[in-house]
Ligand binder design. Structure first.
Ligand SMILES: [Zn+2]
Length: 260
């Protein structure tokens, strides 16, 4: 199996200044080194520049990807494009999956590279920014932020972590583990993702129903109209079991399929 190389190609554009060069490096690296996490195809292709849909696509399975790269590691929030466009694309379910890459310019190397599958993009993780001031060139324009900290770990699939390429099999497996979300409507997906986050917050592979009930208040705040949060939690756990995300060990006892 071809191993992902984390270094940028030496022969590329000499480093002149700023983000332009880094952008060229990272795009070429993705094109040369990254396989499609959806189907495992060895290569993904770049869209022509300024394509509104995304930056890369897989010719084999047609999955589309947008690339964001920066020097510092991605933390809680990521600046993104126009808020309205973002919401429209979410509603139409045609947003791309997101590649997030952070690099070290001194080492000319990729430090972290992970993908957030598009199924994890729900309305709640898009934050509306303040309109640009009347003095700005694009006065009144409203941007957005992606709330990375609201996405469960199951939705952050690392291909390179802390400079180390992760096993391809593990990457493809983690992608498949939540593929069922793709076929859920926005509301059903929201509930499943929120219950996933609660389960992850427990921090153990083996847990009990009572551990998830401990998040009843958090879920009630998120879904004030729902007066049956506990039954809803049980229903979500059952759904996650049926889709292979976790196992029922015995009554009230559960185990995640993969380490949290
Ligand atoms: Zn593919």
């Amino acid at each position: 199996m071809k191993l992902t190389k984390v270094g940028f190609e030496e022969t590329q554009t000499a480093y002149t200044s700023g983000s332009q060069t880094a952008r060229a490096w990272t795009e070429q690296w993705v094109h040369n080194q990254v396989y499609c996490p959806n189907c495992g195809s060895a290569k993904i292709d770049a869209f022509p520049n300024n394509n509104p849909v995304g930056d890369f696509y897989c010719a084999n399975c047609k999955e589309e990807y947008e690339l964001k790269s920066q020097k510092v590691a991605f933390r809680d929030k990521i600046l993104d494009g126009a808020f309205r466009t973002k919401c429209e694309r979410l509603a139409a379910n045609n947003n791309p999956s997101l590649f997030l890459l952070n690099y070290d310019l001194r080492l000319l190397s990729v430090m972290n590279f992970f993908v957030v599958p598009k199924r994890f993009f729900v309305r709640e993780i898009i934050e509306e920014r303040k309109p640009l001031s009347p003095l700005a060139r694009r006065a009144g324009w409203i941007g957005s932020k992606i709330l990375l900290n609201q996405i469960p770990e199951a939705g952050k699939i690392f291909i390179v972590r802390a400079g180390l390429p992760q096993p391809k099999e593990a990457v493809l497996l983690k992608w498949k583990l939540t593929l069922f979300l793709r076929h859920q409507g926005p509301e059903a997906r929201g509930w499943l993702i929120d219950v996933m986050k609660c389960v992850e917050s427990i921090g153990k592979r083996d847990f009990q129903l009572e551990d998830v009930y401990a998040f009843e208040n958090r879920l009630t705040k998120l879904y004030p109209d729902n007066r049956n949060v506990r039954p809803k939690i049980r229903q979500q756990l059952q759904f996650l079991r049926d889709r292979g995300f976790l196992d029922f060990v015995s009554r009230g006892y559960y185990r995640l399929k993969s380490e949290p």
